[in-house]
Design a protein. Sequence first.
Length: 183
Amino acid sequence: VGTASGDQVVRQSFRTMPYQPGKGLTFLATFVMATAKTNLRQRVGYFSTSNGAFLQQDGTTVSFVLRSSSLPTPGTPSDIRTVNQADWNVDKMDGTGPSGRVLDLTKNQILYMDFEWLGTGDVRCGFYVDGSPQICHIFHNDNTQTAVYMQTAILPVRYEITNTSTTGSSSAMKQVCSSVINM
């Protein structure tokens, strides 16, 4: 993207990935984000404009987001379930958690997410560390919600980079590879 407010690049698969009832989905994506800066938002995940989960860096704030058109207001997309890195409930990737790693999104990463679907269940988010998935945050949905946590698990793979206002220089995020696996 350039420096103008509203500059945006979205790369989204044409295909939405099939969901099979009773099976979970595992999502993997590799990427390198641009250096964090004011007014720059970057997202990578298994999501659409209405539903899904993604990793987000907005300015210097890193978070996992569970987007829903079911909660809190049916039919209205909401990112109300945004959890900043400092509040991740398993490994904050700040060097103090189980992995011992400090997250650097300007280096190549393997994003990991898995979804228990059937309308409820956990969404686990993290990164591959030394060849194994390291869960960083779990969105718990069973016995906590009054509706499905998102309207569908049939979603595209999506990468976004957006200037939310004017930036001081252009920015580039590298999309490498992605995969969605029914387990």
